[in-house]
Design a protein. Structure first.
Length: 664
């Protein structure tokens, strides 16, 4: 079962009083109910349900002018209180001029300055896309005592099944009670109180941005709020939808294809990335994101998004960043040959002649389906559904190298690892099982897993570069989530070791340091954790949380980390940088991840990178750039003077090169 908080509403005069609109039910969707609760002490304690009957509540509103007037609405529910929430009365379908029965989700908007005026947006049907009465806008001029129908959905405001139940919002312009904005997939506007209405966005053009002020609004509207200084000289409003947060710069002049700004890809780094990728020299980076397709950028503010829908994975050619692969829902594969400026669907030659687009939804792949680029051949892509496919982009050949067993319920592939020039392949499945091929998919072992491995889906698999071990991570909030596999001739007969952290947390991804032996990293729902001893201990000196803290991590923040990947190149100074994608805080990049950081007070500069050929000038700068467990090496033999205090909040070893050193 689950409990879902759909909305919080704060008392306009007392911030300790907060209402929460709840929905709860069973995971299989067979039961869906909810209620309204309240806190009087800023969330320390909450009341029992305030409504006498259980309904899934999606909206709660308090009149800004009269806090005694409160409405709670949702799935076939509209309740009203006129005594500050002490009691609520059902106002749906009781009298002839009430909001009528037969509706599904209902959202309410109150006009600030005159709480007699309310609007209600009612979604009526989620079973028929051709029903021209799926959405209705009602108005009240007596605090919700009586209602009149203003707008009926003759033009399908909600053109897809269920979207009016999923995305549904209504908002009144504080300066004009006849100007009402409402929406589901797109945003609509009326200037006559609902008598007529028209769309002012087109979600299909959301991603086609040529300038910061020339694109439409992302689909699926959930909330609309004015700028705190909204007024005659400020017409800025913000919208929350499935694309994140967009901004209308001038509500008076906004139109379908102009006047919107996408804050997610500019100053507000909250993109929900499923994955990420970067080339070795950091020319281009990008990732696949929830309902934001796939994007690439060269700085933090110049991202490009090519299409709509859910993105999944991105693979950038490490030495030729002009070539980028990406997939969207159910393994629809895309390719760019110009560094992400344009894309086309990847194709293969059917019968050696006909070019066919690669779309593997019929293979019953997961919505966010895995694909990887062969680390030894950037023209080879592996895609996983119920079967495993190998795509040669240079030759446009798509091979099935692991078939589906139609006599049993073959689990979907959730993780792929490839090594040894494509010969060794490990697959993880949604039931926790592993399969191995020693000959590029020619033969496969039966599914196997060690005793103690949870039967949850495998979130990630990675071979060590020298093929001496593989790391496997497992979904679920438990402490059996990170495993090491050492081959015993074949990987399927290898030795398993549980190297999990003693924290009941989901682990989403894993990575070896490309050059430093025994340094490994995992991405979890609470950030990145690191080990310097191949998993024997984890994050002994965390950047976040006190030393030894149960939940202290290595940074950058407490958030869900979905992928770990590297820039840099072995043998070329200064080395490697660790990158991470997060589900809600965008992409992040570390400083150089070095096992030794060099300081030279004579020839060094604090603008250098800290390597032997490019040392820092000061110990302080070296400490700032050091990870836990790094060695700081002084390369001069004279006194080394520092200015100001230095806080050593991590484990650091100091080495002396070419004679002793005195730190002052």
């Amino acid at each position: 079962s689950y409990i879902w908080v759909n909305k919080l509403e704060m008392h306009p005069a007392d911030p300790d009083i907060i209402y929460a609109a709840l929905a709860y039910g069973t995971n299989d969707g067979t039961s869906m109910n909810g209620n309204l609760v309240r806190t009087l002490n800023g969330g320390n304690t909450w009341s029992l349900p305030l409504l006498p009957v259980s309904f899934a509540i999606t909206d709660v509103d308090i009149s800004p002018d009269n806090p005694d007037l409160i409405t709670a609405s949702g799935n076939t529910a509209f309740w009203r209180s006129t005594n500050g929430g002490n009691t609520f009365i059902n106002e749906l379908g009781i009298n002839g001029d009430d909001l009528p029965l037969g509706g599904r989700r209902i959202e309410i908007a109150m006009f600030p300055g005159n709480d007699n005026i309310m609007y209600a947006l009612m979604h009526r049907d989620s079973t028929s896309a051709i029903n021209n009465d799926r959405c209705r806008l009602y108005a009240s001029i007596d605090k919700g005592d009586t209602w009149s129908l203003k707008f009926s959905d003759a033009s399908n405001v909600f053109p897809r099944n269920g979207f009016g139940n999923y995305s549904n919002m209504v908002w009144i312009d504080p300066q004009n009670d006849k100007h009402v904005y409402f929406g589901g997939v797109d945003l609509w506007k009326t200037t006559d109180g609902g008598v007529t209405a028209a769309p002012i966005s087109d979600w299909k053009f959301y991603h086609r941005q040529t300038t910061p002020d020339s694109f439409s609004l992302h689909g699926d509207q959930h909330i609309m709020v004015p700028d705190p200084d909204f007024g005659n000289s400020n017409s800025v409003v913000y919208l929350g939808n499935d694309g994140g947060i967009q901004k209308i710069t001038n509500l008076k002049t906004v139109s379908t294809y102009s006047g919107y700004q996408n804050l997610v890809n500019t100053s507000l780094g909250i993109t929900q990335f499923y994955s990420g990728s970067v080339d070795r020299f950091e020319t281009i980076f990008g990732g696949g994101a929830q309902d934001n397709s796939f994007s690439t950028g060269t700085t933090s503010i110049n991202w490009k998004q090519y299409t709509t829908g859910d993105g999944a994975y991105v693979a950038i050619n490490p030495v030729n960043p002009d070539t980028i692969f990406a997939n969207t829902n159910y393994n629809k594969l895309w390719i760019s040959d110009d560094g992400g400026n344009s894309y086309k669907q990847a194709t293969y030659l059917f019968g050696g002649i006909l070019e066919v687009s690669i779309e593997l939804e019929s293979d019953n792949a997961n919505l966010i389906a895995p694909f990887i680029m062969d680390p030894d051949n950037s023209n080879i892509i592996y895609l996983g559904g119920e079967r495993l496919f190998r795509y040669n982009a240079a030759l446009k050949i798509l091979d099935t190298i692991k078939t589906h067993n139609w006599t049993i319920d073959t689990p979907r592939i959730t993780a792929i690892a490839v090594g040894n020039n494509g010969q060794d392949i490990l697959l993880g499945h949604q039931d926790g099982s592993i399969q191995y091929s020693p000959n590029a998919g020619g033969v496969w072992s039966p599914p196997f897993e060690p005793a103690g491995l949870p039967d949850n889906f495998i979130t990630d698999i990675e071979f060590k570069a020298d093929m001496t071990q593989a790391l496997i991570t497992v979904a679920g909030y438990h402490t059996d989530h990170i495993w090491k596999l050492v081959p015993g001739g074949l990987w399927s007969s290898g030795t398993w070791t549980d190297i999990s952290m003693d924290i009941p947390i989901q682990v989403n991804c894993v990575s070896h340091h490309p050059a430093i032996n025994n340094w490994i990293y995992v991405g979890t729902d609470l950030g990145i954790f690191a080990s310097e001893d191949n998993g024997a201990t984890w994050s002994a000196t965390p950047l976040y949380g006190p030393a030894g803290s149960e939940y202290g991590n290595e940074g950058p923040i407490y958030t869900e980390v979905t992928d770990l990947f590297w820039s840099g190149y072995a043998g070329i100074a200064p080395g490697f940088k660790l990158w991470t994608s997060t589900f809600g805080r965008g992409l992040w990049r570390s400083n150089w991840v070095l096992d030794k950081i060099y300081v030279d007070r004579i020839s060094g500069l604090d603008s250098n990178s800290g390597t032997w050929l490019s040392p820092f000038k000061t110990f302080k700068k070296a400490v700032e750039n050091a990870g836990s467990g790094a060695n700081i090496v002084f390369v001069q033999g004279s006194n080394h003077e520092e200015v100001g205090n230095i806080l050593l909040d991590k484990r650091i070893q100091i080495e002396l090169n070419n004679g002793p050193v005195i730190i002052q």
